[in-house]
Design a binder for this molecule. Structure first.
Ligand code: PLP
Length: 398
C-alpha cells in the first residue's frame, strides 16, 4: 500500500546526514564536554560548533561574535521545545517576580506554554490570555492594552502548530521594548522552515526544537538575549554557563547543529516547493468536498500547513479511514485523556464545537510529492462521503 506521511508538524524523520554526523558521538567520540582531556575536548568542540550552527539559523553572526565573546553564548541547549518554553517562562517569572507577577500569552499557545502558565498561576502569577481573530492572529494593540506596571513577560508563539498562522512578532516586540517587558516566542514550528532573525524580530527569548526540522528528538535550544534576567532551569554542575546543568546530549546537539545547517541551505527552495503543494491540496479539498472551510490565515501561514474543517464528520473518523489508506494526518480534536475536547486553537478562532471536531490537519514535508497530494485528493472525498452518509446530522441538515 502507498504510504503518505502528512504529519510533519508532529515530527519529521531525521535527515540521513544528521544521523551520520551523530553516530560517532555515541561511541568513539564519547567524551564528556566538561572533561579537560582530549576525549572531552573533542566533544566540547562538537558542542560549540553546533552552537554556532544554531546561532546562524536564527540570524546571529556566530563566528564574529564568538571572538568578541558575544552572541553564540546566547544559545542554551535543552531537551526540546517543551523544556525551552518552560525554561523561558519559569526562568523569567522567578527571576523577575520582585518587579511584578503578570504574564501575557495568547489563547492559542502550545500546551508547553499553557500548562507552564497553569503551574505559575498556582505560584501566585496572574496570566492574561489574549484573544485572536478568525485567522488566529494576535492584535499587537491588544498586547499594548494588556500590559500593566506588573507585567514582566509576554509570550506569543511565532507560528501556530495547528493552523499554521504566523504571528506579527516584530510588531509586538516594538511594544514590549517600549514598555520594557521581556518577550518570548515559541518558534518551534517555524524554525528551520522560514528565515528567523532574532535581532529583527526583537525578541529576548526564542524556543526551537530539532525534531521539527529533520533533527533528532529530545534536543532543542533556547535563545536568551544577553542581559535577560533568568533563573537557571536545572541545578547541578555548571554546564551551559550555569544556566542548565546536566552533561550535554552531545549526539543530539551535533544532530541539531547539522539540521540547522541543512535547513538553511534548503529553506528557500523547499519553502516554495511546499507552498505550491500546500495550495494545491487546500484548493483540491475545498473544491472537491462541499461544506469545507480552511482554518488559519490564507497567506500568513506556514508553507507546509493545511488545516480544514469538514462539516458533519468527526476528525478522528477521517483519520482512521485515511490511515487505512496509508495516509497519516492529524486532527485538532485529539481524544486526550479519554475526553473529546475540541482543540483550544479552533475554539479560539471562533469555530463552534461541532465544526472544531471535524477538522483535519495535513502537514507536508521534504518527502511529499505531487503524487502524494493527488492521492489524498483521490482518497479523501469518498471517505468524507461515506462518513457523511452515516451521519444523522448530514441527513437532517436542511
Ligand atoms: N511548541 C510548539 C509550537 C510545538 O508544536 C511543540 C511540539 O509539538 C512544542 C512546543 C514542544 O516541542 P517538543 O516536542 O520538542 O517538546
Amino acid at each position: 500500500m502507498k504510504k503518505v506521511y502528512l504529519d510533519h508538524a508532529a515530527t519529521t524523520p531525521a535527515h540521513p546526514e544528521v544521523v551520520l554526523a551523530m553516530q560517532p558521538y555515541f561511541s568513539e567520540k564519547f567524551g564528556n564536554p566538561s572533561s579537560i582531556h582530549a576525549f572531552g575536548q573533542e566533544a566540547r568542540a562538537a558542542v560549540e560548533k553546533a552552537r554556532e550552527q544554531v546561532a546562524r539559523l536564527i540570524g546571529l553572526p556566530a563566528e564574529a561574535s564568538a571572538k568578541a565573546g558575544g552572541s553564540v553564548e546566547e544559545i542554551v541547549f535543552t531537551s526540546g521545545g517543551t523544556e525551552s518554553d518552560n525554561f523561558a517562562l519559569e526562568g523569567v517569572a522567578f527571576a523577575n517576580e520582585n518587579k511584578g507577577k503578570h504574564i501575557i500569552i495568547s489563547k492559542i499557545e502550545h500546551h508547553a506554554v499553557l500548562e507552564c502558565c497553569e503551574f505559575l498561576k498556582k505560584r501566585g502569577f496572574e496570566i492574561t490570555y489574549l484573544p485572536v481573530d478568525q485567522y488566529g492572529l494576535v492584535d499587537p494593540q491588544e498586547v499594548k492594552k494588556a500590559i500593566t506596571d506588573k507585567t514582566i513577560l509576554v509570550s506569543i508563539m511565532h507560528a501556530n502548530n495547528e493552523i499554521g498562522t504566523i504571528e506579527p512578532i516584530a510588531e509586538i516586540s516594538k511594544i514590549t521594548r517600549e514598555k520594557s517587558v521581556y518577550f518570548h516566542t515559541d518558534a518551534v514550528q517555524i524554525a528551520g522552515h522560514l528565515p528567523i532573525n532574532v535581532k529583527d524580530l526583537g525578541v529576548d527569548l526564542l524556543s526551537l526544537s530539532a525534531h521539527k526540522f529533520y533533527g533528532p528528538k529530545g534536543v532543542g535550544a533556547l535563545y536568551v538575549k544577553k542581559g535577560t534576567r533568568l533563573v537557571s532551569f536545572l541545578h547541578g554542575g555548571g554546564q551551559e554557563k550555569g544556566k542548565r546543568a546536566s552533561t550535554e546530549n552531545v549526539p543530539g546537539i551535533v544532530g541539531l547543529g547539522v539540521a540547522c545547517e541543512l535547513a538553511q541551505k534548503m529553506m528557500a527552495t523547499e519553502g516554495s516547493r511546499l507552498r505550491v503543494l500546500r495550495d494545491n491540496l487546500i484548493k483540491g479539498i475545498l473544491d472537491k468536498i462541499p461544506e469545507t472551510t480552511l482554518n488559519g490565515h490564507p497567506t500568513l501561514r506556514l508553507p507546509n500547513n493545511v488545516n480544514v474543517s469538514i462539516k458533519y464528520v468527526e476528525g478522528e473518523s477521517i483519520l482512521l479511514n485515511l490511515d487505512q489508506q496509508g495516509i497519516a494526518g492529524s486532527t485538532g480534536s485529539a481524544c486526550t485523556s479519554g475526553s473529546l475536547e475540541p482543540s483550544h486553537v479552533l475554539l479560539a478562532i471562533g469555530l463552534p464545537h461541532e465544526i472544531a471536531h471535524g477538522s483535519l490537519r495535513l502537514t507536508l514535508g521534504s518527502a511529499t510529492t505531487e503524487d502524494d497530494i493527488n492521492y489524498v485528493l483521490e482518497v479523501l472525498p469518498p471517505i468524507v462521503e461515506k462518513l457523511r452518509s452515516m451521519s444523522p446530522l448530514y441527513k437532517g441538515r436542511k
